[in-house]
Each structure stands twice: as structure tokens, then as C-alpha cells.
Design a protein around this ligand. Structure first.
Ligand code: GCB
Length: 602
């Protein structure tokens, strides 16, 4: 009997999944949306009592039912209506002191009314939820999403009510050995609904997604596709770029898809002139507007060419952490502050580490003329042999590319960071690179690799077999910090096995802002400054170097950094403190980038 009951409960839980995750709807800014941001009721649930029963089986009467006692003797041990609130978007750790170290489940609930319109469809869209999100509407499961930094959406057209809808999300940020990232990282595991949540209202057949970019190898031809979703897949679709006097019409096929291609004479996007065009995709039943820049990016020998001209990527690495107030960044001002500092440093490029940042960041980079390296959190010691882990990484990669493929700023998709060399890992990452190329043939593929010393003890060799599958080699090095003291930097020479451009994707040293001493004393601004001076000299000796993104623009919170009075659980390799104070090394890099900038103008 018990077994039968268990089976019934389990199948009830499984079969209550009414809707599947819908293919991603992109460009949510260009559509009719209703924001669900603001205060959500929340229940902290470390034992997942709202999900599992006392036999640890999924309970059909979990918190997702949002139940209320109907009679005075009903036993219900939770109540969203009187529970505490958290702001969405926003990680939970930085909103409440008691949640700073919390890793586990928190249930979120938002209620809303919705006036249904005939012939429209409704979707609920999440910018990101870290790490696993189980989503329910009015007690029915919509589905699950895994991966903390990419968007997802579910259709709710047939489930939504006029009044008092209960949208519930179980967000679980427990770290997992088979997760992406895995258990071990050097950044804070901020949990929660960290990005915007919104309702998207669409016509019954709508423009779900499109790719409108310069064709690989061309600066005069646009190529791409449009994807409709709905019951009327075959339509005339017009792509307009009014300023360039372009209006081209295509017909979508039985699957709602049309390949597009046409000639276009355009002002190309670049850091000096980040030109964005208004682009309209107009089907018979829907119309979406976007701002898109057009530029070419390619590699020739050991050069990176932007719009056909060699370019040096003057960059800096950035974590998605909010200046001044801390926690996950999500506001427009966070993006403009961080990217504004990068500009002040003289950057034309940023490495957005170690996961896809929020869409606002990418769109601001587009507007400000800053090229972007975007990466997935395949970091350090992923389970390379586990097919589920691979699928997860591949999904996160696909979602990143789906969201940002029309952004001119993004020039590099990076597959991984500092992963240990072995066959399983190289196969895993090679397959990811193949997938990235299949999804987007126009951008460059990279990864941040490690290097090793040759027998002479001073030649750094880059020969990681993964290099073969990349367009650009990224390399992290910490000579003078984890590897000797800064003097050692003067002795280092670089070699690579690959006839490919190199980006020094990381180097740096910790310094507490305002801590002074001599250049031999760790944690001082002077040590960091000296390391930067010596590293700049070393970089100038690398003939195949085409870019740098030192670690890192701003100090960030990390569980691996306990040193009291200095780190206090922050990685202090920032050129700027988390309170926006510039350290001495900032100005060393600024001088180098000014020099490089001036050379580039010649
Ligand atoms: C690295 C990692 C980065 C760390 C950094 C450090 O190599 O890629 O995530 O934060 O070193 O500070 O140790």
C-alpha cells in the first residue's frame, strides 16, 4: 500500500508539470512586458520541507500550493502572506545579514492580477536564478531550470487567472559536485532571483528570436535568420533598418523560420564609433524593435582584426558585483559605473568573468563601445566525464549565445577558465567549442588556459592541447603573486605552440586600498603597483600578445579569502576597492593603455 501511495505521490509530482520550458524569447526590451520586480514573499527552507515529505519523496502538497487553512483546524505549517520579503532582482545573501552565508532553498512568491487579452499569449521570463529554479503557477509546475546566469521562460497562457495568480519559485543555490560551476570557486555563491522577472505578452504567433549580423568574412552583407513561434508559422517577415534605407522581405517556412541575407552599406560599430542602428523585425502578426551594431571580428595569423584592422584589446576583468553596496550587480547604474571605470582606465575591452553577466551590462557595452569577452562558468574542476554536466554546460552556453548573439560588443565566447589538462576535459571543451561555432559562426572562440615552465625555469610555455580548437588563446598568469615575488617577472619570457593571438586573460596581486608600505610587502598598494609595472614591461616583450584583461577591476567577495583586516572575505586584486577607491596600480595600467591607445591612433 505504502509503495502504491509513494508511486501516486511521485507521479502526481511528475505529471503536474503542465508546461515545458519554452524556447528562449530574446530581446525582452523590445516587447510588451509587465515587470514582476519588487518585494516577493519568501520562505527560507534549509531542509526543503516545502518540497519533500518526511520520507524524502517529492510532496504533492509542497509550498508551491500556496495553501491557506480553510477551517480553523486545518494544519498548514507555512504562510507566504505573513512571511518575510526579499527584493527581486537581488541576491538574498546581501539583503539580509542572516543570509550572508546561506546556501540552500528559498521559496519566492509573487501574486499578480492579469487582464487576459484575446489572441495573446503570456510567458513568464526570468533573467536568471542561481542555481536551480523550480517554477510553479497556481499550484502547477511549469518546469525547472538549472544554471545561475542565463535567462529562461515558460508559457502560462492557459494557466493564468484574472485575479490573484500565485507565482512560486523554489530557488536552490546548494553547490553541487556535478554542477556548472562545481563546488569550488573564487566568488560568492549569491543565491536567489538575481535578475529581472517579467511577464511577456505576445501575439498568438510572434517573433521569438532572430539573428541579424554581418556575414562571417564580410562587411557589406548581412546574414541571419528569423524564428516565429505560433500557429501561423508561414508569414511574410520584413527586416527594416530605416536609417540605412533597408527593408527586405522574407517568407518563413512551416517551422516559422526564414534564413535572411542582403547587402547593406553600414557605418561599422567600433569602440571609437559605437554606432547602433534601429532594426525592426516585422511579421504579419508581430513587430519587434532592437538596436544592433554591425562589425566584423576575425583572426589572421597572430592578429585580431576588428573591421579588417588589427586591434589590441586593452581590457580588464570584471565580476558581476555591485560597486559600493556589494552583492550581485543588476542595475543600469552598476553597469555604467563599472564600464565607466573601465573607460577611464583606457579600456576598449572587458572580460566579463566567470559567467554570463546581466543583459544590461552587455547592452551598455554596446552603447559605450566596449568589446566583450563573455564566458560560461566552466571553472576549475568540472566533472568532465559526466554527460549530465556536459549537457548542463552546453545549455548554459546555448542560452548565453541565444541572448547576446546580436550584440556587436561581444566578440569572444569563452568556453572555460583554468581547467586542468587531461583527455576527458579537452574532449568536453572541444565539443563545447564546436557547439558555439555551430550556433554562432561570426565570433571568436577562446578559453583561459594555464601555462608551464620549460626546463630553463624562466620560459613560460603555452601548449595546452585545447589551444588547437580556439581562435584566440587566453592565458592566466600570476608570476609575482602565487609564483614568486615581483622581481621574478623581469626574468620571464613567453613561448606558444600556436600561431594564434594571445590574450593575457589574468594577472594581478591583492592590495588593500589605503594600506601602504614598501614594494616587497604583500597586501600593500605599492606591492601591487610594482607587480603591474614589471608585468607591463614583460607584456611588451611578448610578440604575439594582442590583448590583456588583468585581474580585476574591483575587489569582490570570496569565501576563499578570510585574512582578517585585509581580505575579510574579499579578493583584493581589484584596481579599485569595492567602495570605488582607486589603488596605485590603476594608474600604472592607465598609463600603459594610454600609450597603446596613442599607438593605435597613429
Ligand atoms: C584565477 C581565477 C580567478 C581568481 C584569481 C585569484 O586564476 O581565474 O577566478 O579569482 O585567480 O585571485 O586567485
Amino acid at each position: 500500500m505504502k509503495t502504491i501511495l509513494c508511486f501516486l505521490f511521485l507521479s502526481a509530482a511528475i505529471f503536474s508539470v503542465q508546461a515545458q520550458q519554452t524556447a528562449l524569447i530574446t530581446n525582452t526590451d523590445g516587447r510588451k512586458t509587465i515587470s514582476l520586480d519588487g518585494q516577493w514573499r519568501t520562505i527560507v527552507d534549509p531542509y526543503e520541507t516545502g518540497y519533500y515529505d518526511y520520507r524524502y519523496l517529492p510532496s504533492p502538497n509542497g509550498y508551491f500550493k500556496d495553501a491557506k487553512p480553510k477551517t480553523k483546524n486545518d494544519l498548514i505549517e507555512y504562510d507566504f502572506d505573513t512571511s518575510e520579503t526579499l527584493n527581486v532582482p537581488g541576491d538574498w545573501n546581501s539583503q539580509k545579514e542572516k543570509l550572508l552565508l546561506y546556501e540552500g532553498t528559498i521559496w519566492y512568491r509573487k501574486t499578480f492580477d492579469y487582464q487576459k487579452n484575446p489572441n495573446t499569449r503570456l510567458f513568464v521570463y526570468f533573467g536568471a536564478a542561481n542555481y536551480v529554479a523550480d517554477v510553479y503557477l497556481n499550484g502547477e509546475k511549469l518546469g525547472r531550470h538549472e544554471g545561475g546566469f542565463t535567462p529562461f521562460n515558460f508559457e502560462i497562457t492557459n494557466l493564468v487567472h484574472d485575479k490573484a495568480n500565485s507565482l512560486i519559485v523554489k530557488v536552490d543555490n546548494k553547490r553541487r559536485r556535478d554542477g556548472v560551476p562545481t563546488l569550488n570557486t573564487d566568488w560568492w555563491n549569491y543565491g536567489g532571483l538575481t535578475r529581472d522577472v517579467k511577464l511577456l505578452e505576445t501575439p498568438s504567433t510572434f517573433v521569438q528570436d532572430y539573428s541579424i549580423q554581418l556575414k562571417k568574412g564580410s562587411r557589406e552583407q548581412i546574414s541571419g535568420w528569423v524564428q516565429l513561434n505560433g500557429t501561423k508559422p508561414g508569414q511574410k517577415v520584413t527586416v527594416r533598418i530605416p536609417e540605412a534605407k533597408i527593408a527586405k522581405t522574407f517568407t518563413t517556412d512551416a517551422n516559422g523560420r526564414a534564413e535572411i541575407g542582403f547587402d547593406a552599406s553600414l557605418n561599422l560599430w567600433s569602440p571609437d564609433d559605437p554606432k547602433l542602428y534601429d532594426v525592426v523585425v516585422e511579421a504579419e502578426t508581430d513587430r519587434v524593435q532592437d538596436q544592433i551594431g554591425f562589425r566584423s571580428i576575425e583572426v589572421k595569423g597572430q592578429d585580431i582584426l576588428l573591421n579588417g584592422k588589427p586591434i589590441f584589446l586593452r581590457g580588464v576583468s570584471i565580476h558581476e558585483e555591485a560597486p559600493f553596496r556589494g552583492g550581485r550587480a543588476y542595475k543600469k547604474e552598476d553597469a555604467t559605473t563599472l564600464l565607466g571605470w573601465a573607460k577611464e582606465l583606457g579600456c576598449n575591452y572587458v572580460r566579463l568573468a566567470h559567467y554570463p553577466h546581466n543583459e544590461t551590462m552587455i547592452r551598455e557595452a554596446d552603447r559605450m563601445g566596449i568589446m566583450v569577452w563573455s564566458e560560461i562558468p566552466v571553472y576549475w574542476t568540472i566533472l568532465w566525464d559526466n554527460p549530465t554536466t556536459f549537457d548542463n554546460a552546453q545549455t548554459q552556453l546555448s542560452e548565453m549565445i541565444a541572448r547576446d548573439k546580436n550584440r556587436a560588443a561581444v566578440i569572444i565566447w569563452s568556453m572555460a577558465n583554468e581547467t586542468p589538462i587531461d583527455d576527458a576535459r579537452t574532449t568536453f571543451l572541444k565539443r563545447l567549442a564546436e557547439r558555439a561555432r555551430a550556433l554562432d559562426s561570426t565570433r571568436l572562440i577562446s578559453a583561459a588556459l594555464e601555462r608551464h615552465y620549460l626546463a630553463d625555469g624562466h620560459t613560460q610555455m603555452i601548449d595546452d592541447p585545447l589551444g588547437e580548437y580556439l581562435d584566440v588563446i587566453g592565458c592566466n598568469e600570476y608570476v609575482g603573486w602565487y609564483d614568486g615575488i615581483p622581481e621574478k617577472i623581469d626574468t620571464i619570457e613567453w613561448k606558444t605552440k600556436y600561431q594564434k593571438p594571445l590574450i593575457m586573460s589574468e594577472f594581478g596581486a591583492d592590495a588593500l586600498y589605503g594600506k601602504h608600505g614598501d614594494a616587497q610587502t604583500r597586501w600593500t598598494e605599492e606591492y601591487q603597483e610594482d607587480l603591474y609595472r614589471r608585468t607591463v614591461k614583460m607584456l611588451k616583450r611578448i610578440p604575439f600578445l594582442r590583448g590583456t584583461s588583468p585581474w580585476i577591476l574591483m575587489d569582490f567577495r570570496s569565501p576563499r579569502r578570510p585574512l582578517p583586516g585585509i581580505q575579510d572575505f574579499h579578493n583584493r586584486k581589484g584596481l579599485i576597492s569595492d567602495q570605488g577607491k582607486k589603488k596605485k596600480a590603476f594608474f600604472v595600467l592607465q598609463e600603459y593603455y594610454r600609450e597603446l591607445g596613442a599607438q593605435a591612433q597613429k
